[in-house]
Design a protein around this ligand. Structure first.
Ligand code: PLP
Length: 381
């Protein structure tokens, strides 16, 4: 029994939070669309009747994630993008000004820009310029805690202060860090979203998203989730719940492996530059060390030019070429020909995405096997 005064540790929370104290050790999956109504059960003070609104399995995931991120409440969604789009739509109105870092997931940036057709003013800035672009007209500010693909970390203490000074709401996409490495709400952010498809699920077998924040905002987003329809399926929720139970083990292991691999790549004569906030050579080492408990499982590195990068991609064997990150399998991508293909060369240059850049999501295989595969690939370029 854990004393009421002591906060439970993160794995204990991931495993036990929200679980019913009955005879089941593993909670059943409520694979149902409907519930007997009106004399049924309540979730968040609302009668349970239809799984697009609420579902006990989905709610178990929501309780765990609210506790893990340290927020008042959580909603789970059918994808990370459903979480982001539902939050945006629930928060912004015609005439509002929103500000986003340009250094975010491509689909999020496209979604932001598409809000302009509804009369919302969308401003964008590089991470380093976000804080100074905030003014009293800024309603919402959006950043990622570790950016894709160059692994930059915003200066959160400064950002949070400026947001508070101007009454702007700060939303942080914490997908790359996870609550194991960083908890934005504890630092003063207002909302956290995560693609649960990545580390939370952790096995590359489910698409899901979560939103954590204050109760009032979550209630508003609940209405929008119901009406937009981006609710999470109970079986998908179960897969994320199962993933959460090993989240700390996996993320800490991936932190360690990524650190070793980043250091080895940094010393390799075919590698021009390595981007990883855990490296002393990183411009983000200082801020990341101050804020984060670990630096994550994603590394990016430069190998001269695009031809060499593609050659490496086709030369690795254990490491697979596929989008996404955070699973058990080590994956590699070439951003210029995949995630950032539709971004102009000028904008790519501004974002620091070179033709020879590769992104590696370190999985759970043995470190030496991953390194051996990379070294074999590097030998061929
Ligand atoms: C940082 C980040 N945020 C959000 C998303 C969107 O998540 P999903 O694919 O689950 O919709 C992704 C997907 O790659 C991502 O990398």
């Amino acid at each position: 029994m854990v004393g009421a005064s002591r906060r439970r540790g993160i794995s204990t929370t991931a495993i036990h939070e929200g679980e019913e104290d009955g005879t089941d050790i593993i909670q059943p999956i409520y694979q149902t669309a409907i519930f007997k109504h009106p004399e049924g059960r309540m979730i968040r003070g609302r009668e349970l009747k239809y799984s697009r609104e609420d579902n006990p399995t989905v709610h178990l995931l929501e309780e765990k994630m609210a506790a893990l991120e340290g927020g008042e409440d959580c909603l789970a969604f059918s994808s990370g993008m459903a979480a982001i789009s539902t939050l945006f739509l629930s928060m912004v109105s015609k005439g509002d000004v929103v500000l986003t870092s340009k250094e975010i997931y491509g689909a999020t940036l496209i979604l932001f820009r598409s809000l302009e057709k509804f009369g919302i003013k969308v401003k964008t800035a590089l991470n380093g310029n976000v804080a100074r672009s905030i003014d009293e007209n800024t309603k919402l500010v959006f950043v990622e805690s570790i950016t894709n693909p160059t692994l930059r970390v915003p200066d959160f203490p400064e950002l949070i202060k400026v947001c508070k000074d101007h009454g702007a709401t700060l939303v942080v996409d914490n997908t790359f860090a996870t609550p194991i490495n960083f908890r934005p709400l504890e630092s003063g952010a207002d909302y956290v979203i995560e693609s649960a498809t990545k580390y939370l699920g952790g096995h590359n077998d489910v698409i899901a998203g979560v939103l954590v924040g204050p109760k009032r905002g979550i209630d508003a987003a609940w209405e929008w989730r119901r009406n937009l329809g981006g609710s999470l399926d109970p079986f998908a929720a179960y897969l994320v719940i199962r993933g959460l139970k090993t989240l700390k083990l996996r993320v800490e292991d991936q932190n360690r492996k990524a650190q070793t691999i980043a250091e080895r790549l940094e010393g390799h004569n075919k590698v021009k530059r390595v981007h990883y906030p855990g490296l002393k050579s990183s411009d983000y080492f200082r801020v990341a060390t101050k804020l984060m408990r670990g630096f994550g499982g994603v590394i990016s590195f430069e190998v001269g030019d695009g031809r060499k990068a593609l050659r490496l991609l086709s030369s690795v064997d254990l490491i697979k070429t596929a989008p996404s990150l955070g699973g058990a399998e080590t994956l590699i991508t070439h951003p210029v020909s995949s995630s950032h293909k539709n971004i102009s060369p000028v904008e790519r240059k501004e974002l620091g995405i070179k033709d020879g850049l590769l992104r590696l999501s370190v999985g759970l295989e043995e470190t030496e096997d991953i390194i051996e595969d990379l070294e074999n690939g590097l030998r061929k370029i």
